[in-house]
Design a protein around this ligand. Structure first.
Ligand code: PGA
Length: 269
C-alpha cells in the first residue's frame, strides 16, 4: 500500500493542489464530458481537502467555465499559456485580460514543451508570469532539468537558477502567491518519475529561492512528471511538496480522480 498523506499542512497553504494539464487534447465537447466525469468521480470531502484544477486548451475554456459555474462544480480551471503582451498586433496570441474575463484562475507558464518547441527562455516566462498576475491569474511557473544536467549532478543549482530568472521582477506579494512546478524533463510523459526524496529536495530548494527573493508567503510547490495514482501519495509526502501537476493521467477521469483521492488526507486523518 502506498503511504498515506500525513494530512494537509505543508508550508504552501495546507490544501494540496492537483492540476491536470490536458496539453493539446480534448476539443470543447470532449472537455465538457471529461469535466463531468471528473466531478462525478470525486466526493465532497476530496474536493474540500484538495484543490482540483483542469488546465485546458484555449478553445475549451468558455465551455469549461460555463459548466463549472452553471453546475457549481468544486473545480478550478486554467490555461496552458498566455501572452506576455497586453494587447495589440500579436497574431495568434491570447492575453491575460482575455483569460481573466473567462474566470481563469491559473495559467501554466514556461512548460518545458513550450521552452523546447517555442524557444521560451526564462525572461519570457517571467514576462508571462507578470502579465498573468497583473490580471489576477496565478501563474504556475514550470522549471525542470534535462537528463544530462541530472546525470552531472547539477540539477539543484540549475533549476534554482532557472526559477530565479523565471520570476525576475515579481514583487514580494506576487512571489508569495506563486505556484511553481518542478517537472524534470526526463520524467515528462516517460513513465520515469523522480523519487519522493528528489521531489522534496527540489521543492525545498525552490522554496529557498522564493524566500531568498523576499517572497511575502511560502508559494506553492508542485511536482510533475509521470504522476499517477500509484505514486501520488508518496510524492506528496515531502513536507515542501504542495501539489502535483499531472499530464497523461489527467486525460483519464478515473485515474485523475484516484490521484486526487491519494492527495486527500485519509478519513479522520
Ligand atoms: P506527464 O506530464 O504527467 O504526462 O508526465 C506532465 C506535464 O507535462 O505537465
Amino acid at each position: 500500500m502506498s503511504p498515506a498523506r500525513p494530512g494537509p499542512g505543508g508550508p504552501g497553504g495546507g490544501r494540496p493542489l492537483v492540476a491536470g494539464n490536458w496539453k493539446m487534447h480534448l476539443n470543447h465537447l470532449e472537455a465538457i464530458a471529461h469535466v463531468q466525469r471528473i466531478a462525478f468521480s470525486l466526493g465532497r470531502r476530496e474536493c474540500e481537502q484538495v484543490e482540483v484544477a483542469v488546465l485546458a486548451p484555449f478553445t475549451d475554456l468558455r465551455s469549461v467555465q460555463t459548466l463549472i459555474d452553471g453546475d457549481r462544480l468544486p473545480l478550478a480551471y486554467g490555461a496552458q499559456d498566455v501572452s506576455a503582451e497586453s494587447e495589440g498586433a500579436y497574431t495568434g496570441e491570447i492575453s491575460a485580460a482575455m483569460l481573466a474575463r473567462l474566470g481563469t484562475r491559473y495559467v501554466l507558464v514556461g512548460h518545458s514543451e513550450r521552452r523546447a518547441r517555442h524557444g521560451e527562455a526564462d525572461a519570457t516566462v517571467a514576462a508571462k508570469a507578470a502579465a498573468a498576475l497583473a490580471h489576477g491569474i496565478t501563474p504556475i511557473v514550470c522549471v525542470g532539468e534535462p537528463l544530462e544536467v541530472r546525470a552531472a549532478g547539477d540539477h539543484l543549482a540549475a533549476v534554482s537558477d532557472s526559477l530565479r530568472h523565471s520570476v525576475r521582477g515579481l514583487d514580494p506579494a506576487a512571489l508569495g502567491k506563486l505556484v511553481c512546478a518542478y517537472e524534470p524533463v526526463w520524467a515528462i510523459g516517460t513513465g520515469q518519475v523522480a523519487g519522493p526524496e528528489d521531489a522534496q529536495q527540489m521543492a525545498a530548494a525552490l522554496r529557498a529561492v522564493l524566500t531568498d527573493l523576499g517572497a511575502a508567503g511560502p508559494g506553492r510547490l508542485l511536482y510533475g512528471g509521470s504522476v499517477g495514482p500509484d505514486n501520488a501519495a508518496e510524492l506528496l509526502a515531502g513536507p515542501d511538496v504542495d501539489g502535483l501537476l499531472v499530464g497523461g493521467a489527467s486525460l483519464d477521469a478515473a485515474r485523475f480522480a484516484a490521484i486526487v483521492r491519494a492527495a486527500a488526507a485519509p478519513p479522520g486523518g
